[in-house]
Design a protein around this ligand. Structure first.
Ligand SMILES: [Zn+2]
Length: 275
């Protein structure tokens, strides 16, 4: 879906690419700054001048969660480009019909905005976010939570920041191990931490197992398996796979340590999904 040719007037390559709209924010009375995850060029930001004027050709043509065909001039190097055309390909109206879906989508798009790099295609991340946005409208609240955890695990892996859950070969098998959050790996007497006072978490085996399961199976399959399992925890809460609550807590700590995220938005969206 990607093509480029030289634009004679400006000396800039004219790029046509598919893109997921991550964020729209005003930057003057009538203009907007739109950030995208493109299929072929990573994170792209396009100022849209006069976007909010009634006669603007861009009115209604993008919003958070849309997939669009985007035409832009690739001139600057910092990921900010001039937009020429934008045509919506998938509006995902269902996301706007449920406030839970809209909150979950906004959180996932924001997480992507913070991790995707300009100029670097990341097909796995692009697929994961598109897949998540497609399924969210039809998700029950606990399924949306599961879908978000799946997305967080997949995103971390796709951007190369995932935890290293390989166990120490010299230690005997154990149901729980000590994990160094900042170093992103298990620590033990054979592989001690390099930090003086490392923040550590004790992780039950089912947390790495669920993380690996997420990476190994597409989202739709994961949700189908969850429905088929129909599992509940001791308190009667839906817990389709062992380790869901532990992984939720682990990913919260891990994401805020590695992505410099404020903890508020994630907690808010996950609490909304449960409530
Ligand atoms: Zn060891």
């Amino acid at each position: 879906m990607t093509s480029a040719r030289e634009h004679p007037a400006q000396g800039a390559a004219l790029i046509k690419d598919e893109a997921l709209c991550l964020n729209v924010r005003p930057f003057s009375k009538t203009s907007q700054m739109v950030t995208w995850l493109t299929a072929g060029h990573g994170r792209v930001t396009t100022p849209v001048k006069g976007a909010q004027r009634p006669k603007s050709g861009f009115v209604g043509r993008y919003d958070v969660g849309y997939t669009c065909e985007l035409v832009f001039y690739a001139r600057e190097r910092n990921g900010v480009h001039h937009i020429r055309e934008c045509a919506p390909l998938a509006l995902r109206e269902g996301l706007r019909g449920t406030w839970r879906g809209a909150e979950a989508a906004a959180y996932a798009c924001d997480l992507t905005l913070r991790t995707a790099q300009p100029g670097m295609a990341n097909p796995a991340l692009y697929r994961a976010l598109g897949g998540l946005l497609d399924v969210l409208p039809a998700c029950a609240p606990h399924e949306a939570t599961l879908a978000l955890l799946w997305f967080e695990a997949t995103l971390l892996h796709a951007v190369g920041l995932g935890p290293d859950f390989s166990p120490c070969a010299a230690c005997p098998p154990a149901p729980r191990r000590l994990f160094s959050v900042e170093e992103g790996r298990f620590v033990c007497g054979h592989r001690p931490s390099r930090l003086r006072t490392p923040p550590t978490l004790t992780l039950h085996d089912d947390i790495p197992a669920l993380y690996r399961r997420f990476l190994a199976h597409p989202l739709a399959e994961t949700l189908a398996d969850a429905r088929a399992a129909g599992r509940r925890d001791d308190l009667g809460r839906p817990e389709p796979f062992p380790g869901v609550f532990g992984l939720r807590r682990f990913l919260g700590v891990f994401l805020s340590a590695h992505l410099d995220l404020p903890p508020g938005p994630r907690r808010t969206v996950l609490d909304l999904l449960i409530g």
